[in-house]
Design a protein around this ligand. Structure first.
Ligand code: HEM
Length: 466
């Protein structure tokens, strides 16, 4: 579908600012976003005006329109300077989502600048992408080893049978360890960063300061690796673009940390949830070893990036039943588009392997998740999920699926916890964090105290942040 530019918008079309809007983020939205998307679609059609923490936004609901917004970069821009309300000073200065949008990095660039930034990321990720390179092989082996160690720690802490939260006791520490390893972080960056990324994405009251802290931490990391290059993503980014300042590298790492840590972790949890709640397609593909298909199917049901980043209209354009004015903000919703896709296709279409690939869990178009990052994300998700089912002889939810607690926020569809009753196979060896001889393989260059720091950070994550 093409957007239809106007030289001037027809006068009878309502402006976003003049429409009455319902707040999107409600208790109903947390519990059942699908019901909210449905109602919006029935009321407004494929595109609906909604309030996001007091700011009106066009929420794009239907698959066709979402694809148009994702793919047509000439019309739907990423640079936040296109946003009219921002340029005119009409956004509240403490609007919780603004801090994240002010961090200028790949996601919020257009055209040549954007393409060049993606090339840099691609070449920095390439060594880790291939299973045949030493870095790629080592990373794969490390993810599996971390997963095994965390299951061993679970056995030591909670026994070989009992109750566990697969969020706090497995997925979140796993992704923290992987991020630390891949980025070449000194360990003290870890847990502080994870919580700040959550605060920023969920638009909590302290989202602004949290964004500042995460950014500062990533800038320190950039400076650290410039002085002490290693076999890590940060150092490879510098190799790919030696002219990049520490501040810009910090901004890029910050955004990659969001995806690697939070989004990938949520993809792990959402996939585990589909298996545990008996999604037949997900279970079938998992037991057949079709891990890519497992992730596709889980992403179709619950994409972790439920509502993608804002785009800004370059010119007035028709979208759905509305005329979106130049400078208006639109938020393409992958979750709502999937609901639409499932309804359009009905069961025969989405029953096949080919059609599950139509999901927008990786985004689409010029700003879609870069292929090297998808490979990496997919590898981590399938390893993390696969290891759980290798080690657990029994795992069942301890809450009915409709009572599971979800995070509140406009972007991420993520579980706060994933409580299970489990039994581990006899092969799992309990390994208490303090009792390990081999530390987590993080090249900090700073000795045992940092290894202990990492382990205590893990314990805080596991038991302190429920
Ligand atoms: C299963 C895990 C992942 C999922 C579901 C995912 C999903 C996405 C989605 C939906 C977008 C597009 C957002 C938008 O258009 O607003 C995106 C972009 C991006 N992702 Fe991923 N991602 C994952 C893993 C990763 C990893 C591991 C990395 C890096 C190490 C990464 C790096 C990026 C980057 C840099 C972009 C921005 C691309 C651009 O704007 O040109 N992602 N991802």
């Amino acid at each position: 579908m093409e957007a239809h530019p106007y030289t001037g918008a027809p006068a009878d079309r309502p402006r976003l600012e003049s429409l009455p809007v319902q707040p999107l983020l409600t208790a109903e939205f947390d519990a059942d976003p699908g019901a909210v998307y449905d109602r919006l679609r029935r009321t407004y059609g494929p595109v609906a005006p909604v309030g996001l923490m007091g700011v009106p936004v066009w929420l794009v609901l239907d698959y066709r329109e979402v694809l148009e917004v994702l793919k047509n970069e000439n019309q739907w821009r990423r640079d936040v300077r296109y946003w009219r309300a921002r340029a005119e000073g009409r956004l509240p200065h403490d609007w919780p989502l603004l801090a994240g949008y002010e961090v200028r990095q790949t996601m919020f660039m257009d055209d040549e600048e954007h393409r060049a930034a993606r090339v840099t990321l691609h070449s920095a990720l390439r060594p880790f992408q291939e299973p045949s390179t030493p870095q790629g092989w080592e990373l794969r082996a490390t993810v599996a080893r971390y997963a095994d160690e965390l299951v061993g720690m679970l056995a030591a802490e909670s026994g070989t049978a009992g109750f566990a939260d697969l969020g706090a006791q497995y997925t979140r520490p796993l992704l923290l360890m992987v991020t630390t390893k891949l980025f070449g972080c000194p360990v003290e960056l870890g847990d502080e960063l994870v919580m700040d990324l959550w605060r920023m994405l969920d638009g909590g009251p302290d989202a602004g300061p949290a964004t500042g802290r995460a950014l500062a931490a990533m800038t320190r990391l950039a400076a650290h690796r410039r002085a002490r290059p290693g076999d890590d993503l940060t150092s490879y980014m510098l190799l790919a673009d030696p002219g990049m300042s520490d501040e810009q590298l910090g901004r890029e790492l910050f955004m990659n940390a969001v995806y690697l840590n939070d989004i990938t972790g949520n993809m792990v949890l959402n996939t585990l949830l589909e298996v545990l709640r008996g999604n037949a397609g997900v279970r079938r593909s998992l037991s057949a070893g079709q891990f890519g298909e497992t992730v596709n199917r889980a992403a179709l049901v619950n994409p972790p990036v439920a509502n993608m980043c804002f785009r800004f209209a370059a010119r007035d354009a028709l979208l759905g039943d509305f005329c979106v004015r130049a400078g208006d903000v639109v938020s393409p919703s992958a979750a709502a588009a999937h609901q639409d896709l499932l309804a359009i296709g009905s069961s025969p279409m989405v029953g096949s392997t080919v059609s599950t690939r139509a999901h927008l869990g990786w985004g689409a178009g010029p700003h879609g998740c870069p292929s090297a990052a998808r490979e990496l994300g997919g590898m981590i998700v399938t390893t993390a999920v696969g290891r759980v089912f290798d080690h657990f002889t029994k795992a069942e939810l301890t809450l009915p699926p409709d009572q599971l607690p979800w995070r509140t926020g406009p972007v991420v569809r993520g579980l706060r916890l994933l409580p299970v009753r489990y039994e581990l196979s006899g092969r799992v060896r309990p390994s208490a964090p303090g009792a390990r001889e081999e530390p987590v393989a993080v090249d900090t260059g700073r000795g045992d105290s940092h290894v202990r720091g990492m382990l205590s950070a893990l314990r805080r994550l596991m038991f302190g942040n429920r």
